[in-house]
Design a protein around this ligand. Structure first.
Ligand code: PGA
Ligand code: ZN
Length: 400
């Protein structure tokens, strides 16, 4: 029933106005799935390769589509993804592009779910998963590669860990986002938004901590449940490889100073989550920091692990971090994405399912988070391409 009969690829817009790949998959019995690839700006060096969209589409049409149409069942996700790997023939999807691969992989899953008449999370997770919901991490202030002339730390995240439901959590994050705007206004700081919808004020990181912690406290007292603070330092973007220092504008920190700085931030602001506190090659530094912080602080590897089981295995061996960011387009297929989630879960690492800075209205990651019982999802606080996922989570929670 789920034999693939047609795969179509086209160029569509992403949230930055850049082109991205959209895939449509059709099956024998009339199943249909459509998915779009997201795109990063602070991409990790070890990610699968996103090719220019025209080339990615042409190459996938030539080599991947013939291996799928009439050959593979969309319901057999591993077969779909093996066909994509086989068509590409490289480790990093540099032939057909991780953008084409991930769009086809996700569209096939949706087509299979359509045939079953089941929501995507149920098809991906099966009967015995999907009964816990992720805490939504909401990016409320940011800079780095996502906005010019803003904070050095890439993302200040609202983490409503005490929220009784997804719905309460996402509204709390939106309220923190709004409260930040009020506080910046009081301080006379005008600002726009970065790529993920977070405020991108021209203030230093220490002022951002003041504003965000005050906004969180205000909203916490209104909603009556615990909201904590998280960060994505995106330290690989701050790291100067030649000088071996982390650059924060005119200031810099050595590696040891960086570890001490982040450990102090964890202490001072009771951080529940710190992503990429160190460079993407510094497994030992991640391990050192993980040892220094409380057990309840997630030290998460994004550029460090790039959703790659081999890199995660090394991290597990070395005690680097205790959490992994999961982005399907970093590895290129849903099967390998789920492999990374499962390896994490079997190894005591918390998976955090994540959007990219360049996004679309695609909602696959909302379903993936529920399907895998992931404890967290990071998909912004406001903005249509972010609320697409957040609103889908609300619907899934309500069985709507
Ligand atoms: P990116 O940023 O999508 O630009 O890589 C998101 C992140 O670093 O988590
Ligand atoms: Zn990151």
């Amino acid at each position: 029933m789920t034999l693939i009969t047609d795969v179509r690829l086209r160029r569509v817009l992403d949230s930055r106005g850049n082109p991205t790949v959209e895939a449509d998959v059709r099956t024998e019995s009339g199943g249909f799935g459509r998915a779009k690839a997201p795109s990063g700006a602070s991409t990790g060096e070890y990610e699968a390769i996103e090719l220019p969209v025209g080339g990615a589409i042409a190459s996938a049409r030539e080599t991947a589509v013939p291996r799928l149409v009439g050959e593979v069942y969309a319901g057999n996700q591993r077969d779909v993804d093996a066909a994509l790997r086989g068509a590409d023939g490289t480790d990093d999807f540099s032939e057909i592009g991780a953008n084409s691969a991930v769009a086809i992989s996700m569209a096939a899953a949706k087509a299979a779910a359509d045939v079953l008449g089941a929501p995507l999370f149920q098809h991906l997770g099966g009967t015995f998963r999907g009964d816990t919901f992720p805490v939504a991490l909401g990016n409320v202030v940011g800079g780095g590669e996502h906005a010019a002339d803003a904070t050095h730390i890439q993302e200040f995240l609202s983490a409503p860990v005490g929220a009784p439901s997804v719905e309460e959590a996402v509204f709390a994050n939106a309220a923190v986002h709004a409260a930040v705007a009020d506080l910046l206004d009081e301080r006379g700081v005008a600002c726009g938004k970065g790529d993920e919808g977070a405020w991108a004020p021209s203030i230093d990181d220490s002022e951002a901590f003041e504003v965000v912690t005050e906004a969180i406290e205000t909203v916490e007292s209104e909603v009556g449940f615990e909201i904590r603070l998280g960060l994505d330092v995106a330290a690989a973007e701050l790291y100067d490889e030649d000088e071996k220092v982390y650059r924060y504008g005119d200031e810099h920190r050595t590696r040891d100073e960086q570890i001490a700085y982040v450990a102090d931030l964890v202490e001072e602001y009771d951080l529940v989550y710190v992503e990429d506190p160190l460079d993407e090659d510094d497994f030992a530094g991640f391990a050192e920091l993980t040892d220094r912080v409380h057990d309840d602080t997630l030290v998460c590897g994004d550029d460090l692990f790039v959703t790659n089981t081999e890199r995660l295995e090394r991290g597990i061996e070395e005690g680097a971090g205790n959490s992994i960011l999961i982005k399907p387009n970093q590895i290129g297929t849903l099967s390998e994405t789920v492999d990374a989630v499962e390896l994490a879960q079997h190894s005591g690492y918390e998976p955090v399912i994540s959007h990219r800075s360049g996004e679309t209205e695609d909602t696959t990651i909302a379903h993936l988070a529920v399907a895998t019982d992931a404890p967290y999802i990071k998909t912004g606080a406001v903005g249509g391409e972010r609320t697409a996922k957040l609103n889908e989570l609300i619907r899934i929670e309500q069985n709507a």
